[in-house]
Design a protein around this ligand. Sequence first.
Ligand SMILES: CC[C@@H](C(=O)O)C(=O)SCCNC(=O)CCNC(=O)[C@H](O)C(C)(C)COP(=O)(O)OP(=O)(O)OC[C@H]1O[C@@H](n2cnc3c(N)ncnc32)[C@H](O)[C@@H]1OP(=O)(O)O
Ligand code: CO
Length: 133
Amino acid sequence: MKKVEHIGIAVKNFSEANALYYKLLGVEPYKTEYVESEGVNTSFFRAGDTKIELLEATNPDSAIAKFIEKRGEGIHHIAFEVEDIVAEMERLKQDGFVLLNEQPKKGADNRLVCFVHPKSANGVLVELTQEIK
Ligand SMILES: CC[C@@H](C(=O)O)C(=O)SCCNC(=O)CCNC(=O)[C@H](O)C(C)(C)COP(=O)(O)OP(=O)(O)OC[C@H]1O[C@@H](n2cnc3c(N)ncnc32)[C@H](O)[C@@H]1OP(=O)(O)O
Ligand SMILES: [Co+2]
């Protein structure tokens, strides 16, 4: 794991949250992206060497909609940068972590991602993320 690549934050109102994080961080989001497979709108802010990813649900079945319904807005996941996502997935599986996808899948911002179940990571949803080169 090279670094915390981003922190995902579940928000109810995308435009209000983007305005708030603009005020908080003093920078505009460098990118917004709709990810159909996850049912989310995302925006990305640079914060030093890492990023903040705001996530708004676009349908009631999305993981973000369910999370907000159960727990309210807030930190949803921590994403760790990896160089070889397949190797890291295999390593974590061998170590008893529960992976939420068998194969890496396409995430936002030109990346492959894989999620680790929060029940196998001290209540934290962990995302592994590798840049697509
Ligand atoms: C935009 C793409 C990508 C990127 O490029 O960065 C993203 O970040 S996408 C982000 C959204 N996508 C995902 O989160 C996909 C992975 N998540 C899942 O598969 C599911 O959300 C889940 C984690 C398996 C939970 O789904 P489910 O079991 O259907 O929901 P429950 O509400 O029943 O939850 C079970 C259990 O887990 C707790 N939970 C749920 N989400 C989280 C969370 N984010 N952090 C910590 N804990 C979480 C939930 O509270 C339940 O606990 P109990 O009530 O104690 O049983
Ligand atoms: Co993410």
